[in-house]
Design a protein around this ligand. Structure first.
Ligand SMILES: Cc1cc2nc3c(=O)[nH]c(=O)nc-3n(C[C@H](O)[C@H](O)[C@H](O)COP(=O)(O)OP(=O)(O)OC[C@H]3O[C@@H](n4cnc5c(N)ncnc54)[C@H](O)[C@@H]3O)c2cc1C
Length: 339
């Protein structure tokens, strides 16, 4: 049975730096650890809160649940196929560490997703994405312990039902599975993905045929460092709201009223709007409500100015949602999981 800790301070375990204590916390390093924890006569009956790196959670107070901190280790190349490599990582590994590990071994394909905080096991939960690439495009399968039965199941891409910052683990199966291992497919030969504006200068320099995966990695890291606040300095959880997607009818009514609105047409006829633009248009960029604030360089990122409570951040989020709804008739949806 893994060690159980009582009355644990969770502030160091969430990148927002929000206060909150866990009545019980257990660290799991294997599937057997997970099974022991859920079979425990007392802990097995408690509600559970699965925690990775805490970079996409909002703590609104103390957690009267068993916090299961996922620390499953391991990184390996499991298969070399003619057209792809398959790598496998333990759910507790750092996502960025995995990206570095693959590149150091000449296994490119994840570089556009560099510098995203958090663990490998949480990456499928919200189908992480950045710089023109989503996890689902590199996903092979995952292993997860079904918490009701203790059985290990392997889920493929279809079963994970990936969507924009979404998967079955945020929907029908929320809280039902603890992901222990993730396998990714890295296509061979490697081709750079430089469609995203911040990466297009690599292309303009005529570098496309000769650009190295590490150059893309370096550029992504540099741009992200410049644009996003470092959680070690200013607590945050990255983008606080999802970019809303609206249908063509709603979009044509909106663009007539708001011709400057930033939008991206999607293949099915819908439109994605930039949530950060909507928030900035409502005058929120750089503003504070108590100790919670809106980042001064990126309105999509809410920040802890020091000493904010989860409730204060949620109040700010609600005020922003209200403004955006009043002006654009669009309901912004938070991206982090709220506990
Ligand atoms: C500065 C900053 C920048 C960011 N940039 C991006 C970005 O570009 N793109 C992006 O997509 N996200 C981004 N994020 C959000 C975040 O990094 C990702 O969502 C990340 O995958 C969360 O990982 P985590 O280990 O910290 O998960 P946690 O915050 O610990 O958990 C997130 C959710 O996943 C669940 N979970 C965690 N581990 C497991 C597991 N093993 N099994 C089952 N459920 C689990 C939790 O219960 C919770 O619901 C950013 C965050 C920050 C702070």
């Amino acid at each position: 049975m893994p060690l159980i800790e009582n009355n644990v301070d969770l502030q160091p375990y969430n990148t927002f730096g929000l206060p909150g204590r866990a009545s019980r916390l257990v660290r799991v390093r294997s599937e057997d650890d997970v099974r022991s924890a859920i079979a425990h006569p007392e802990l097995g009956r408690m509600p559970r809160f699965i925690l990775g790196g805490g970079s996409n959670v909002m703590l609104t107070g103390d957690v009267d649940a068993l916090v299961v901190k996922v620390e499953v280790p391991g990184l390996k190349l499991v298969e070399t196929r003619e057209d792809e490599w398959i790598v496998e990582a333990g759910a507790g590994e750092s996502w960025h560490g995995l990206v570095e590990w693959t590149l150091a071994r000449g296994l490119p394909g994840l570089e556009n997703l560099a510098f995203i905080p958090g663990t490998v096991g949480a990456a499928p939960v919200q189908n992480i994405g950045a710089y023109g690439l989503e996890l689902s495009e590199r996903f092979e399968s995952l292993d997860a312990v079904e918490l009701a039965s203790g059985l290990t199941r392997t889920l493929d891409r279809e079963e994970c039902r990936f969507g924009y910052r979404d998967s079955i683990f945020k929907g029908d199966a929320a809280g039902s599975f603890l992901i222990t291992r993730v396998r990714l497919r890295l296509p061979r030969p490697w081709r750079p993905l430089l469609g995203y504006p911040d990466l297009s200068t690599l292309k303009e320099q005529g570098a496309t045929p000769s650009v190295a995966p590490t150059e893309v990695f370096d550029r992504v890291c540099t741009v992200r460092r410049a644009k996003l606040p470092d959680p070690a300095v200013l607590g945050n959880a990255g983008s606080f709201f999802k970019n809303p997607v609206i249908c063509a009818r709603q979009f044509s009514a909106l663009i007539e009223r708001e011709p400057a609105i930033v939008h991206y047409p999607l293949p099915g006829g819908d439109y994605k709007l930039a949530a950060g633009w909507l928030i900035e248009a409502c005058g929120w960029k750089g503003r504070n409500m108590g100790r919670a604030g809106v980042h001064d360089r990126q309105a999509l990122v809410l920040v802890n100015r020091g000493g904010a409570s989860g409730r204060a951040v949620m109040d700010l989020a609600a005020a922003i949602q209200q403004s955006v709804f009043e002006r654009f008739a669009i309901r912004l949806e938070p991206e982090p999981t709220v506990f």
